[in-house]
Write a protein that binds this ligand. Structure first.
Ligand code: UDP
Length: 318
């Protein structure tokens, strides 16, 4: 079923990725209801979308229930702090939004006949023992380490989503995002792309944690949103990796950011983070075969757009 002109609920829609999703859904003629408690999101991310009569914004915490009326065709449960920087200060919010919040979304899907899409993550693979990671990999996760509030709550969210599907209580989808980046990331987000771009623009040293040999595959937000909608429209309830296969070391990323910003910044090394995954790269076989998904934006092109956003945002154009 095509998503055009449907009624969608987007939790976390004031956040970085889900605000881009909301924009695309509005372009497709959807009526969008966004619920966000703004602990990491900001309504300013929906500044353009707010012009649309098809957008309703509700400030609320999805763990306390969903204060919405009527039925939905799709529910996108995108709400959750996602940066490792927040894993300690927002530990309980993360645990609850991916457990209680997911259950609330699934129960609303059951009640209204909506298809519920759960935003999962490559973090379910933990510190993977091999690369790339296919969806069939069960992962290598420390169940009580500093990252566990995120990893394990996303794994629990997947378990809850799969249980609703198995019991015939709701039609569900699960997407596993790999290091999505792009405009609307917060300057203080703490993740490597936003940190390094802001540091390069300010002429400060770029912080590399550890020796910088750890790898990530950075997916541009537009590609992630396209994959999300393709998955929503598909009929697969199995998890699907969405990202790009272009794997870079953190050191390579730092060098690229310095080159693209034309910065005179140097690189400084800080201690490695505990349980920091050493490698991460999606196996996109399923996304290709089931969704016909193909990432389109290179790291360099995506970084150019993100740098332009941050220069504008930080009022440091030039
Ligand atoms: N990282 C870094 N410098 C920073 C922020 C992060 O070297 O200023 C590293 C971090 O240790 C990790 C990688 O970059 O190895 C990606 O970190 P991020 O927080 O962006 O995402 P995640 O660890 O969740 O993939």
């Amino acid at each position: 079923m095509k998503i055009d002109n449907s009624r969608c609920l987007i939790t976390g829609g004031a956040g970085f990725l889900a605000s881009h999703l909301t924009d695309r859904l509005l372009e497709r003629g959807c009526e969008c209801v966004v619920v966000d408690n703004c602990i990491t999101g900001s309504w300013s991310n929906l500044a353009d979308a707010k012009e649309s009569p098809n957008l309703t914004c509700i400030e609320a915490d999805v763990t306390q229930g969903l204060p919405v009326d009527g039925s939905f065709d799709w529910i996108f449960h995108m709400a959750s702090p996602a940066s490792p920087k927040e894993f300690k200060p927002l530990a309980f919010e993360i645990l609850e939004v991916n457990s209680v919040g997911t259950k609330n979304c699934l129960e609303l899907a059951e009640k209204t006949g909506a298809t519920m899409l759960f935003a999962s993550t490559s973090e379910v693979y933990g510190d993977p023992e091999f690369s790339p990671q296919p969806e069939s990999y069960w992962g290598n996760v420390n169940p009580n380490g500093v990252r566990s509030v995120y990893d394990e709550s996303k794994r629990f969210g997947e378990a809850m989503t799969a249980a609703f599907q198995r019991a015939g209580r709701a039609d569900t989808r699960m997407v596993r995002y790999f290091n999505t980046f792009g405009p609307r990331m917060r300057p203080a987000d703490g993740r490597v792309v936003s940190n390094m771009i802001c540091q390069a623009i300010a002429g400060e040293p770029l912080t590399v944690y550890g020796d910088g040999s750890q790898t990530r595959s950075f997916g541009f937000c537009d590609d992630s949103v396209r994959g999300t909608i393709l998955l929503a429209e598909s009929d697969t309830s199995d998890p699907v990796n969405i990202g790009t296969e272009n794997e870079f070391t953190v050191l390579e990323l730092a060098e690229m950011v310095i080159r693209l910003t034309g910065s005179s910044s140097t690189i400084t090394h800080l201690p490695a983070l505990p349980d920091d995954p050493k490698q991460r790269r999606p196996d996109l076989t399923r996304a290709r075969s089931v969704l016909g998904y193909e990432p389109q934006v290179s790291l360099e092109d995506g970084l150019q757009q993100t740098i332009a956003f941050f220069k504008d945002r930080l009022n440091l154009v030039g």
